[in-house]
Ligand binder design. Structure first.
Ligand code: ADP
Length: 281
């Protein structure tokens, strides 16, 4: 017998659903790791980002490109609340990680930054040993209970960052004594050591030579199998080489986001077309 379906009352929607509800609904499609809805950022009175909305896919590399000053780094810093530490910086809108609002009052930014790690433009190892650079984060997050735990985390993280073989005989030497490319891989190992899900990279190769750059790019290719990676780059070639999705920013606005091949071969917006063909920027 067919079940009787009761007529549901028609609900009149008076206002659009709040941005956060929309973001959560999008994130429930499991391949979306982070979402942003109507994100605006102000430094004092100056607005740096205008109504940025986008979805970031898991287990892939997303590149943010655009001319200098367009807001790429500002937006990247919204994703792990690094803007919280900049005085006078205000963020509005909604950002989710696995469907949860990262700006909710109960979210601890320190815990959030373990889940959404960051690698900066200039390699910035602590003035400590290679071992301690990697063990420090897990220790403050209570992940290390014994010497063996520390050793395991350090070896695993350095291996994932493609650095272990080069440093295994000098783990107790200073991290600052490594070459620039090695230091950047040490910083990646440090980010990995606290089991992040997302790794933000702000122009991670801009201080490196082409060989060290190629090494980091190859590493991104490997890491994307297990992590959601977002990279800010001023190099369109690098975006085309390493990313699967590309977002183009201009004057604080997200102009378009799409598959990288589409952005570089058939963008929708003339501003994107003009930027990738070198007409400005
Ligand atoms: P991009 O990464 O694309 O070069 P940024 O996000 O660094 O762009 O900068 C976007 C805008 O915000 C620029 O106008 C920049 O001057 C401004 N800005 C960035 N950081 C700060 C800050 N700490 N204080 C004030 N203004 C800032």
């Amino acid at each position: 017998m067919e079940a009787k379906v009761e007529a549901r009352p028609v609900v009149k929607v008076e206002a659009p659903a709040p941005a956060w509800e929309d973001a959560r609904a999008a994130a429930e499609q499991h391949e979306i790791k982070m979402t942003a809805r109507d994100v605006n950022v102000y430094y004092g009175d100056k607005q740096a980002l205008f109504d940025v909305s986008l979805d970031i896919l898991d287990r892939s590399v997303t590149a943010f490109i655009g001319p200098s000053g367009c807001g790429k780094s500002t937006f990247l810093r919204c994703l792990n609340r690094m803007n919280d530490v900049i005085e006078g910086c205000r963020v509005t809108g909604a950002i989710t990680l696995d469907g949860e609002d990262i700006y909710a009052p109960w979210v601890d930014p320190v815990q959030l930054r373990a889940r959404v790690g960051m690698v900066f433009q200039k390699p910035n190892p602590f003035p400590k040993s290679i071992f301690e650079n990697v063990a420090y984060g897990p220790r403050i997050h209570g992940m290390i209970k014994s010497k063996a735990d520390a050793e395991e985390i350090v070896v695993t993280s350095l291996t994932k960052a493609g650095l272990f073989d080069e440093v295994k005989d000098r783990l107790h030497e200073s991290g600052t004594g490594l070459s620039g490319g090695q230091q950047q891989r040490l910083c990646i190992a440090r980010a990995i050591s606290v089991n992040p899900e997302v790794i933000l990279m702000d122009e991670p190769c801009s201080a490196l030579d082409p060989i060290a750059t190629a090494r980091i790019e190859a590493l991104m290719e490997e890491l994307k199998e297990n992590y959601c990676i977002i990279i800010v780059t001023h190099s369109m070639q690098q975006a085309a080489r390493v990313s699967q999705r590309t977002a183009f920013f201009h004057l604080g606005k997200l102009v378009e986001v799409d598959d990288t091949t589409k952005i570089f071969t058939n963008p929708k917006d003339t501003r994107t077309q003009d930027y990738i063909t070198g007409r400005f920027g």
